[in-house]
Design a protein around this ligand. Structure first.
Ligand code: IPM
Ligand code: MG
Length: 360
């Protein structure tokens, strides 16, 4: 198969974890006889430095030409006081919207060798296997009006959470389709006791559900969900929610997996102007400027995102499984980065990437 992949390392540890993810991507393609064509694009703080803006036109073009994009992370502390429309993060929102990847899949699972890396008790974490499906191209991240207006005591910040029926229905269908091949349970998260967007959300989810009679549906309020994720995480299979709820609750999911460095993500559902499907793959973690350039960041979230790319963008299940299995082997060996309580001296980012390749 021909795989055309755009690599967007971004900022901070994005650069070093992406390098290891690319190492695994290249190695797996070689091993399974696929021809891989890589291009590289700028996004985030590095793009601001080199081009003046966080999402250069060239990157948009490259992303729309590629079959899939592998991203690192964006964000640098020097832009902390910049307005949202100029910040590195706006580049990420831009590429998600440009590709139309409305469903962000964030699998949260416990690895037997990492049970002690979670602050939760082993029996709570052992056996957790869920997918958070986060709506990714709508809601309060994109809604207008937005901005800061007025002065003095009347200075006002405004953001708008808004959803259309179609936006809710398509991500709901994605969640149900995933559940069909899993434990056949969808939990929809909302705040319908307060928000109109959530009331519409719940109504539309209920309307879509009968298309999937074999899948059980339950609703949960977002505050209760935050608690249940810690109290009884094993109850969840596929959990679907709007953009900002998903941003927040997926970081909570990281506590179950043992480290935010472990979580991969796949953003799917998008189509190119040609009609071809397109995906964006990125670890859930941020750019972690405090440890950037030190060769100690955990690359497994980025490497897991490569596995997700094989699975969702290319339908290459054997290749995906080979990567997942190799990751598990490395975890079992205990030769991991410092965030995972390694056996002995912590491994470097590069060593973890190399070990995954060796295991493949
Ligand atoms: C994430 C991140 C991003 C988001 C930031 C960096 C804009 O936190 O992917 O979870 O909020 O979507
Ligand atoms: Mg986040």
């Amino acid at each position: 198969m021909n795989l055309n992949v755009l690599i967007v390392p971004g900022d901070g540890i994005g650069v070093e974890v992406t390098k290891e993810a690319v190492r695994v991507l290249e190695h797996t393609c070689k091993k399974f006889n696929h021809s891989l064509h890589l291009t590289e694009g700028l996004l985030g703080g590095v793009a601001i430095h080199k081009t003046g803006g966080p999402f250069p036109e060239e990157t948009r073009k490259l992303a729309l030409e590629a079959d899939a994009t592998l991203m690192g992370a964006v964000g640098l502390p020097e832009f902390d006081n910049w307005p949202p429309e100029k910040r590195p993060e706006r580049g990420l929102l831009g590429i998600r919207k440009a590709l139309g990847v409305y469903a962000n899949l964030r699998p949260v699972k416990s690895y037997p060798s990492l049970l002690d890396s979670s602050p939760l008790k082993n029996h709570l974490v052992d056996g957790v296997d869920m997918i958070i499906v986060r709506e990714l191209t709508g809601g309060i991240y994109y809604g207008t009006p937005r901005g800061i207006t007025g002065e003095g005591g009347e200075e006002r910040g405004t953001n708008t959470m808004t959803y259309t029926r179609d936006e809710i229905a398509r991500v709901t269908r994605m969640a149900f389709s995933l559940a069909r091949n899993r434990r056949k349970k969808v939990t929809s998260v909302d705040k319908s006791n307060v928000l109109e967007t959530s009331q519409l959300w719940r109504r539309v989810v209920c309307e879509v559900a009968p298309e999937f009679p074999d899948v059980e549906l339950e609703h949960i309020l977002v505050d209760n969900c935050a608690m249940q994720l810690i109290l009884r995480p094993k109850q969840f299979d596929v959990v679907v929610m709007e953009n900002m709820f998903g941003d927040i609750l997926s970081d909570e999911g990281a506590v179950i997996a043992g480290s935010i460095g472990m979580l991969p993500s796949a953003s799917i559902g998008g189509k190119k102007p040609s009609g071809a499907w397109v995906g964006l793959y990125e670890p859930v973690h941020g750019s972690a400027p405090d440890i950037a350039g030190q060769n100690k960041a955990n690359p497994l979230g980025a490497i897991g995102s490569v596995a997700a790319m094989f699975e969702y963008s290319f339908g290459l299940m054997k290749e995906a499984q080979a990567v997942y299995k190799a990751m598990e082997e490395v975890l079992n060996s205990g030769k991991t980065t410092a965030d995972l309580k390694p056996k002995g001296t912590p491994a470097t980012t590069e060593q973890v990437g190399e070990s995954v390749c060796d295991a493949i």
